[in-house]
Design a protein around this ligand. Sequence first.
Ligand code: HEC
Ligand code: HEC
Ligand code: HEC
Length: 417
Amino acid sequence: MKFAIRLLLPLLATLALADLARAEDTAAVDRGRYLARLGDCAACHTSDPARPFAGGLRMNTPIGAIYSTNITPDPLSGIGGYSLADFARALREGRAADGHWLYPAMPYPSFAKLSDADVADLYQYFQQGVQPQQQANRKADIPWPLNLRWPLGLWSALFAGGERYRDDPQRSAQWNRGAYLVQGLGHCGSCHSPRGWAFQELAQDQGDARYLGGGTLDGWHAPELRSATASGLQQWSEAELVAFLKTGHNERTAAFGAMVGAVQNSTQYFTDEDLRAVAGYLKSLGEGSGAPDLARDDGLSYRALAAGQPASTGAALYLDNCAACHRSDGRGYRNTFPQLLGNSAVLGNDPSSLISIILKGSRMAVTEGAPTGLRMPDFGWRLDDVQVAELANFLRQAWGQRAPRVSAAQVAALRGR
Ligand code: HEC
Ligand code: HEC
Ligand code: HEC
């Protein structure tokens, strides 16, 4: 009897340990699943929703198209053969397991900030929480010699491989969490920061005033997020920022263009605590930038429009095509049709988003909090370049607003995209 117990005890202990290890694995997979949402891995690595993370999404670059790769645990076509160290190197330094350099369409300059613990949890998820899919990677459509990958190694040496995120002890834990999310997994700067001659982001954190200073990709301008201008986030409360990232809209505006995907695939899944951290961090960037300088509304354009007597071709186009939804005072309908008054897309120095949304229209993000997905119709087929420019110029000067003029040539350049 004693003998049997002596035998049994270690066995039970081993079983209990195995159970513990399994529970820890499951917890790591669950944490990794959430981190994959924060990093929006699906946006680029899923092209067919029936085959999550199998890659194959076409992405245009200035030298030709590339395709995202299979990051499911399939041993041959995916990353089943990756060790944790291989995975960490791909994520942070942009180098695949076989040593080839990755195009920086993969946001590894941002992911370099990730903590070891988060990389390990992502690894567990991509090895154990994702269904393996057999799907060979597609070669890039880039002609020789531009398709050689070794110059990417030089690029990486110059612009990537930065340090892990380090907490700023002067700031609160919440601020540091927000900074870590925005700079690291959230890779917000990949769209919202300006890029340089080699397409590198010009700054990676708030220490440089160009960080999140605004960027333009594929005809959409991602505005500055530094709360620095009157039309920007300085006017938004933290709660409005949280609502925008959670549902895709708030009382002022709705996400459109490239931001729709970011909300749908990623930010709507952030916990409220993480969203508050992100909002707090973004609001802190505008500290000390002074009072908003929005021009006072002279009421003239509103009165003329309301009386049905538009003072210009642009105003007439607005009345005919836009005022039904955005109203003649530009205030729209709360939570339904965005307000164009004081709107960063209307007033930004870079008018790409204003022009592109008139040409192509947009559909609001479909989220758990806002499932309707209202549409803004496209007007590119109905209005020519001169008309779109006149309409844009009316908006940039309407209701007392003052923003630089747009030319028909700028419209023509965006129409082709
Ligand atoms: C903005 C688009 C984008 C996002 C977001 C993105 N990736 Fe990538 N990733 C790519 C592209 C494109 C490649 C292939 C680059 C190449 O072939 O040079 C790639 C390559 C990789 C590779 C190398 C695999 C291989 O063998 O080629 C890994 C691993 C990887 N990504 C993991 C992730 C993870 C994990 C996330 C989320 C935390 C993520 N990626 C988010 C675009 C993206
Ligand atoms: C794929 C590119 C892309 C990524 C990644 C991205 N954004 Fe955006 N974002 C845009 C574009 C384009 C706009 C302009 C359209 C709009 O206002 O919805 C925008 C708009 C916004 C706005 C509204 C600003 C205003 O003045 O109206 C906020 C806030 C914002 N983004 C926050 C974020 C945060 C936080 C992240 C990272 C978690 C992020 N974005 C990641 C492209 C992106
Ligand atoms: C049927 C209603 C409707 C009409 C007509 C309409 N819009 Fe919109 N507009 C919308 C909706 C809905 C959105 C939000 C789209 C999104 O978030 O993807 C929007 C968004 C916008 C935005 C981006 C603002 C922001 O912060 O989200 C601008 C700028 C804009 N519209 C300008 C115009 C102009 C100019 C016209 C006339 C040529 C026009 N709209 C006609 C419904 C409309």
